[in-house]
Design a protein around this ligand. Structure first.
Ligand code: AHR
Length: 547
C-alpha cells in the first residue's frame, strides 16, 4: 500500500528531451497525487484501525441507580500530637506566617483549600498515654510529658483549647478521641464536661476561665484508639475493651444523647483478631455506639506497581467484611439499628519506615513518619477515595491519616515554606467535587490478573451526581501501564456533555513534590474532544446533564 515511491521519478535520466521531460513531469505529478492520495487514505485507515483497537471503558448508569448520598465527613482528616504534625506543622510561633497564637497561616490556607470538614485529635497511638488536663491553662504552667507511643517529649504547648481554636480557623469540626489506654470512664466524663457544658460546673467554668466562654459543642467522640493492637499503651482484649467502651458510650450519651460515638474496630484486616474483634466489641456496644472504626494503610515497598494500584480492592474487601459483621450482630440482637462505619485512619504509609528507625528518642517534634509521596501514591489515593465513596451508604466518616507533615498531603519546612504533596490533588478534587449522590454504575473494561487481588479492572471509576448543578462528576484511574483508554459514558435518561477534564499524569512513577519542586505533580486541564484516559493517570471529568 505504501509502495508509491519518489524513486520512480528520481530514476529518470536527466539527459532526456525536454518534451519527454515535461511528459515525464506530468507522470511524476500524477504519481505524486496518487502517492499523497494513497498516503492520506493509509493514515486514515490506520488511525481508524488504531482507534478501533484502543482499549475501551464503558460506564453505564442513570439517575435511578444510586448507592447513596455522600456525608461530607468522608473527607475528614487527622491531626495527631506527634512528629512535626503540630510543632513545625500547624503550630510554629516564630514562623513568618504565624498568627498571634502561633498558628502557621500558610498551613491554615492549605487546609482550607482541602476543605476538610472534620479533624480527628489528638491521636492515634498518642492518645492512649495522654492526660488532657496537661494541655490546658497557662502555657508556662503546663507539664512536659513523655509520649510513650512515639518515644518523644511533649511540651504541651498546643493543647485542647488551641486545637479547638485552630479548627475554627480552618473551618472544620473536631472529632475528639478519649484515652482508654491508661485512663477510662472518669477522664472521658470530665473531658466532655470541660468541652461541651455551657457553664456552672467546675470543669466548664475552667474552660471559660481558659478563654472559651461558649461550649465547643464537639459532636463526634472516639472511644480510644487501636485498642486491639499489642503496641497500644493499655492494649485490651475485645471483651475488656467492649465492656469499657460500652460504659463510656453510656456516660457520654447520659451527658448528651445527641453525641455521636465511635467504637474501635480492628487496626487492619491483617490483625489475627479480625473480624472476631468487631463481633465481640459490637456484642457489648451495639445499642450505645453509632459507628465502628476501621484503619488501613497501604504500601509498595516491594515496588510492585500492578499490585499497589489494586489497593482499593483490599479496602473494598475490608469495608464489605466489616459491614457483614455489623449486620450479623444486628441480626443476632434482633436490632433495627444500622451500624455505620468511620474509616478514621487510611493512607499510603511506608516511605519513612527506615529513616524512623534511626531517630533519637525523647526529642520535641522529631521528623517522624515524613513520607515523601510519589506520583504512584497519588494514583492509589485516588483509587482509595473511590472505594470510600463506593461505600457511602455505610461509611459516613473517614479521616485521611494524616494532615500535616506526618504521612500527610501537606508538607512544611521549619521556618520555611509549606507545599502540596502529590496525594494532595486527588483528595482536593474528591473533597470539592465528590459531595453528591454516588451512582451505582456498571463498568465495562478489560482486566488483568494479579496474584494478590485476582481479576483487577484496568480502570477504577466512580460517578457522583450533583442534582442542583445538573452535573455528573467522574473520578477515574487508568491502571494500565501503557494503554490510553477511551471512555464512553452511557447514562440512559441523560444527555451528558463534557465540560471539564482534569488529569494527573507523569512519565515518572516515583516523581515527588519537594520544597525545590513543589509543582512537579500538579493537575492539568485536558482538551474536551475525544474522552480518553492516559496510561497511569488519575482523572476527574465533569459532565453537564440534560434530560
Ligand atoms: O497514623 C499513625 C498511627 O497509625 C496512629 O497513631 C495509629 O493509630 C496507627 O497505628
Amino acid at each position: 500500500m505504501l509502495s508509491v515511491s519518489t524513486n520512480t521519478i528520481g530514476d529518470l535520466p536527466s539527459s532526456a528531451p525536454s518534451s519527454s521531460k515535461e511528459m515525464r513531469g506530468e507522470v511524476a505529478n500524477i504519481s505524486k497525487d496518487a502517492m499523497f492520495f494513497a498516503l492520506g487514505w493509509s493514515i486514515l485507515v490506520l488511525s481508524w484501525v488504531i482507534k478501533e483497537q484502543r482499549m475501551k471503558c464503558i460506564i453505564r448508569g442513570g439517575r435511578h441507580f444510586v448507592i447513596g448520598s455522600v456525608d461530607k465527613r468522608i473527607f475528614g482528616s487527622f491531626l495527631e500530637q506527634f512528629g512535626r504534625a503540630v510543632y513545625g506543622g500547624v503550630y510554629e510561633p516564630t514562623h513568618a506566617s504565624a498568627d498571634e497564637e502561633g498558628m502557621r497561616g500558610d498551613v491554615i490556607a492549605l487546609v482550607r483549600e482541602l476543605d476538610v470538614p472534620v479533624v480527628r485529635f489528638p491521636g492515634g497511638n498518642y492518645v492512649s498515654n495522654f492526660n488532657w488536663e496537661d494541655s490546658i491553662g497557662p502555657k508556662e504552667e503546663r507539664p512536659t510529658r513523655l509520649d510513650l507511643a512515639w518515644r518523644a517529649t511533649d511540651p504541651n504547648q498546643f493543647g485542647l483549647d488551641e486545637f479547638m481554636r485552630w479548627t475554627r480557623k480552618v473551618e472544620s469540626e473536631a472529632m475528639m478521641v478519649v484515652n482508654l489506654g491508661t485512663r477510662g470512664l472518669a477522664e472521658a466524663r470530665n473531658l466532655v464536661e470541660y468541652c461541651n457544658h455551657p457553664g456552672g460546673s467546675t470543669l466548664s467554668d475552667l474552660r471559660r476561665k481558659n478563654g472559651a466562654d461558649e461550649p465547643y459543642g464537639i459532636k463526634m467522640w472516639g472511644l480510644g484508639n487501636e485498642m486491639d493492637g499489642p503496641w497500644q499503651v493499655g492494649h485490651k482484649t475485645a471483651h475488656e475493651y467492649g465492656r469499657l467502651a460500652s460504659e463510656v458510650a453510656k456516660a457520654l450519651k447520659l451527658f448528651d444523647p445527641e453525641l455521636e460515638v465511635i467504637a474501635c474496630g480492628s487496626s487492619s484486616s491483617d490483625m489475627v483478631t479480625f473480624p472476631e474483634w468487631e463481633e465481640t466489641v459490637l456484642d457489648h456496644t451495639y445499642e450505645v455506639v453509632d459507628y465502628l472504626s476501621l484503619h488501613m494503610y497501604f504500601r509498595n515497598d516491594e515496588d510492585d506497581l500492578a499490585t499497589f494500584l489494586a489497593s482499593s480492592k483490599r479496602m473494598d474487601a475490608f469495608i464489605d467484611t466489616v459491614i457483614n459483621v455489623c449486620d450479623y450482630v444486628k441480626a443476632k440482637k434482633r436490632s433495627n439499628k444500622t451500624m455505620y462505619l468511620c474509616f478514621d485512619e487510611w493512607n499510603v504509609w511506608f516511605h519513612s519506615n527506615e529513616q524512623d528507625k534511626r531517630l533519637e528518642p525523647w526529642t520535641v517534634g522529631p521528623h517522624l513518619l515524613e513520607d515523601v509521596y510519589t506520583f504512584e501514591d497519588a494514583l492509589v489515593v485516588g483509587c482509595l477515595l473511590n472505594s470510600l465513596l463506593r461505600h457511602c451508604n455505610r461509611v459516613k466518616i473517614a479521616c485521611l491519616a494524616q494532615l500535616v507533615n506526618t504521612i500527610a498531603p501537606i508538607m512544611t519546612e521549619d521556618g520555611g515554606p509549606a507545599w502540596r504533596q502529590t496525594i494532595f490533588w486527588p483528595f482536593y478534587y474528591a473533597s470539592r467535587y465528590g459531595r453528591g449522590e454516588v451512582l451505582d454504575i456498571r463498568l465495562e473494561v478489560g482486566t488483568y490478573e494479579n496474584p494478590t487481588y485476582g481479576e483487577v479492572e484496568w480502570v477504577d471509576a466512580l460517578a457522583v451526581h450533583h442534582k442542583a448543578e445538573q452535573e455528573l462528576v467522574l473520578f477515574a484511574v487508568n491502571r494500565h501501564p501503557d494503554e490510553e483508554i477511551s471512555l464512553t459514558v452511557d447514562l440512559s435518561d441523560w444527555d451528558a456533555q463534557v465540560i471539564e477534564h482534569i488529569v494527573l499524569e507523569s512519565d515518572d512513577m516515583k516523581a515527588t513534590n519537594t520544597k525545590e519542586h513543589p509543582d512537579r505533580i500538579a493537575p492539568k486541564t485536558r482538551g474536551l474532544d475525544g474522552l480518553t484516559l492516559a496510561p497511569l493517570s488519575w482523572n476527574m471529568v465533569r459532565f453537564s446533564l440534560k434530560g
